[in-house]
Write a protein that binds this ligand. Structure first.
Ligand code: C2E
Ligand code: CA
Ligand code: CA
Length: 511
């Protein structure tokens, strides 16, 4: 099939297209995997932050409960209440020390008993929590102090930073996790830092405790998304590479084939591969050559000579039939023009046209140029329009046929008897000839009904004063029958097959 031939594309273009089609699924797939990895990390950071928040709140609940129990004792003599302070330290998990405050003075501590130290409420975030980097007892260990106050009295309970750091390490094993209280924050190594929390480059999630006002921040270091993908997705990457290879191979394979029929035909048109063949038409009585029908052939570089029914439908569909016919008429004019002084006049030249030619008036100009190539009055240009595909009698079509007639161009209805043209139609377009379809000619002497139709067509054309051409005459019997019925012109293998220009001109001079 001529329409599956490799188009002439540059080698470099082919390589680029193959590479692109191979890379496309890999790049697209990687982008999707990247987004998926980001989502997974986002979810994981959010879950880690939520879990840490819950744990810290549970721990602080212990200090808060101890402070609540001790607050009514504030202002009482330290000697009387210090055992109660120690009891809370012993009974409650995570509570490291308990203290009582009166008039902003810490005056009693679970560790030392009587004590004296000023308390500044300003150190406490929201008046409640203070993250310290140490105290005189353990200067290098972080400490979280919980404060509860009522009037002049208050209770301070502390939570050891060792537990907090431990929690950050355990919960955030895969993530970076930090605890922020006011202006201070604690890292997983148990160290307290001042200032705002550092921004985490990947999937940062920050949660705030509604009950205690601290923040927890979880996230990942730079490049974590790629590291995650490299660790988790190797099977998917292998699959992507496989798809890339398949897609590249398909891209390569498709380029070996033609892109589209119309693309391939456009190439052929530019390369001048559509050429005319000529089939003689003879007079019904004398059998003298009265003209020729021009039949298109595709002289394909690989497939050889291609029959028109294999490519004309594509040409019509794509609209390329119009420039193809124009090229055919130009070639015909170049070939037959110089012979025209020797023609038996008038010499009929049949050109096949289609409905796409009737959408504008360009055909008039093509015919004018065509006729200029011949000696004046030496040819009758006959446009053959198949009955299978009739033209709408639109304003532009009617105008076209009027102008064609004014130019002396004749109109023939091709394949007559196979379609449904009416008498009105024949008159609208001022038809000059009917070409009887070869199926009726083939039935001469075989099928009575077909012969009946044939006789009716001949009779009709005589009544309408139309010239009549019988196509596909292959036998002497057919020829005799048609001549006896006064058919004006005959065309068929009996008189000559469609032939190349050189053969036709040689045969023409013999006749
Ligand atoms: P068509 O216009 O009816 O052309 C007559 C077809 O009958 C030609 O086939 C011709 O070779 C064939 N033929 C002629 N005498 C005999 C015979 O005695 N016996 C048999 N069996 N066949 C005979 P071809 O050249 O293959 O063309 C087929 C069709 O392709 C044409 O039918 C026409 O519809 C279309 N075609 C050909 N050239 C052109 C063109 O330049 N433009 C357009 N639009 N259509 C074309
Ligand atoms: Ca024809
Ligand atoms: Ca025909």
């Amino acid at each position: 099939m001529p329409l599956t031939v490799r188009p002439r594309r540059k080698r470099s273009t082919r390589i680029i297209v193959t590479l692109l089609s191979g890379l496309l699924p890999i790049v697209l797939g990687s982008a999707i995997l990247y987004m998926q990895a980001e989502r997974t990390l986002q979810q994981s950071a959010a879950e880690t932050a939520a879990q840490a928040l819950r744990q810290f709140e549970l721990m602080l609940d212990n200090t808060a409960e101890a402070a609540r129990v001790l607050l009514p004792l504030a202002g009482k003599n330290c000697e009387e209440v210090k055992l109660a302070l120690r009891e809370q330290v012993t009974r409650r998990p995570f509570v490291r020390s308990t203290n009582l405050v009166w008039d902003d003075n810490l005056y009693c501590s679970s560790l030392f008993g009587e004590f004296r130290e000023a308390v500044s409420a300003g150190n406490y975030h929201l008046g409640k929590l203070w993250l310290m980097d140490g105290n005189p007892v353990t200067p290098d260990t972080a400490l979280l102090v919980y404060r509860l106050s009522n009037g002049r009295g208050g209770a301070l309970t502390t939570l050891d930073g060792y537990h907090l750091g431990n929690m950050l390490r355990l919960i955030g094993r895969q993530t970076l996790l930090m605890l922020q209280v006011g202006e201070n924050w604690l890292s997983a190594d148990g160290k307290v830092h001042r200032g705002p929390l550092p921004a985490l480059p990947v999937a940062q999630s920050v949660l705030e405790s509604a009950r205690y006002g601290f923040d927890v921040s979880a996230g990942y270091p730079k490049g974590e998304t790629w590291r995650y993908m490299a660790a988790e997705y190797p099977p998917l990457f292998s699959l992507l590479i496989f798809f890339g290879a398949v897609s590249g191979a398909i891209g390569h394979f498709l380029q070996q084939r033609s892109t589209s029929p119309s693309h391939e035909m456009l190439r052929a048109l530019e390369a001048g591969e559509f050429i005319p063949y000529f089939q003689p038409v003879v007079h019904g009585d004398s059998k003298q050559w009265s003209g020729a029908e021009v039949l298109m052939r595709w002289n394909h570089p690989k497939e050889g000579l291609v029959r028109p029914d294999l490519f004309i439908p594509f040409a019509e569909h794509s609209g390329l039939i119009v420039p193809m016919t124009r090229a055919l008429m130009q070639q015909t004019a170049v070939i037959l023009g110089p012979q025209s002084p020797n023609f038996t006049k008038p010499f009929h030249i049949g050109i096949n046209i289609t409905a796409s030619h009737c959408r504008d008036l360009e055909l008039v100009e093509d015919c004018r140029i065509f006729l200029q190539a011949f000696a004046p009055g030496s040819v009758d240009l006959v446009l053959e329009l198949t009955e299978r595909e009739l033209i709408e009698p639109s304003a532009i079509a009617v105008q076209l046929f009027e102008q064609l007639h004014a130019l002396g161009v004749k109109i023939a209805i091709d394949d007559f008897g196979t379609g449904h043209s009416s008498l009105g139609y024949l008159r609208t377009f001022n038809v000059d000839y009917l070409k009887i379809d070869q199926s009726f000619v083939a039935m001469i002497g075989v099928d009575a009904l077909s012969r009946h139709i044939l006789d009716s067509i001949i009779e009709l054309s005589a009544k309408l004063d139309l010239g009549i051409v019988a196509e596909g005459v292959e036998t002497q019997a057919q020829s005799d029958y048609l001549t006896a019925h006064r058919v004006n012109f005959l065309q068929g293998y009996l008189f000559g097959k469609p032939m190349p220009a050189a053969d036709f001109i040689r045969a023409l001079s013999d006749h």
